[in-house]
Design a protein around this ligand. Structure first.
Ligand SMILES: Nc1ncnc2c1ncn2[C@@H]1O[C@H](COP(=O)(O)OP(=O)(O)OP(=O)(O)O)[C@@H](O)[C@H]1O
Length: 222
């Protein structure tokens, strides 16, 4: 069995007037450990929902999700918290940095309760922010804050790194650098990295591309 396994996964939201939206609709795919996967798709296609289901941030309506042979879709709240803490790193679309901690402190805090963290300073350097480590988020540009959030997720050294539009605020050259860095997390440390992006040019980095449209997918192996 593959490392990550989605079987007939559906996530339905109920919005005003009892209208149901299938954000993820009967999705099946597998991902191997150490793969670098890019998820492409238009706004509203269901990409963030898919990442949230895999990261244990949201519960599914039907189907099963297995990670490393564990049926995470049946985890209770306590097991899910441990799974998120010990196995998953997130780069959020909106960076979620703590405003009264410096860039370095934000990264240090994230590494405090995980099993096998990397050096926070090294992670800050890897995203090119060695000169800004003592600045607070409000003193950083959007792109710099985004890079702090990437350093924070990488420093946790998780088995699965989930990134939602990690280069949305970056210029093209810095975006390329960040994609290379994320790819190296998969290639050099054999972690599974899954990146959501609008930008099809980044598909060239991927071992596998998942295209989403209206909650459904098409998988392509590069
Ligand atoms: N908590 C929620 N409650 C109701 N509907 C939701 C919720 N989260 C997502 N949706 C709906 O599910 C669909 C998929 O949303 P999702 O955020 O997964 O798309 P996306 O592909 O990540 O979009 P974007 O690229 O704009 O971030 C959309 O129609 C969205 O409005």
């Amino acid at each position: 069995m593959s490392y990550i396994n989605f079987e007939n996964v559906t996530k339905e939201y109920v919005v005003g007037n009892n209208t149901k939206i299938k954000a993820v609709n009967q999705v099946n795919f597998e991902i191997e450990q150490g793969e670098f996967v890019v998820i492409l798709g238009a706004s509203g296609a269901g990409k963030t929902t898919l990442l949230n289901l895999l990261g244990g941030m949201d519960s599914l309506s039907s189907g099963t999700i297995k990670v490393n042979k564990n049926l995470i879709s049946s985890f209770d709240a306590k097991k899910m918290t441990l799974y998120r803490r010990n196995n998953v790193g997130f780069v959020f679309q909106f960076y979620n940095l703590i405003p009264d901690l410096t860039a370095l402190e934000n990264v240090e805090l994230a590494t405090q309760d995980c099993d096998n963290p990397l050096d926070p300073k090294k992670s800050i350097c890897d995203v090119g922010l060695e000169n800004r480590q003592n600045n607070f988020p409000s003193q950083l540009s959007g792109g710099e804050q985004q890079r702090v959030s990437i350093a924070r997720a990488i420093a946790k050294n998780p088995d699965i790194l989930l990134c939602d539009e990690p280069t949305g605020a970056l210029d093209s050259q810095t975006g390329q650098h960040i994609f290379s860095l994320l790819k190296s997390v998969a290639t050099d440390r054999h972690k599974t990295v899954i990146v959501v992006t609008h930008n099809a040019e980044f598909a060239e980095f991927a071992d596998r591309v998942i295209k989403m449209k209206d909650g459904q997918i098409e998988v392509r192996n590069n």
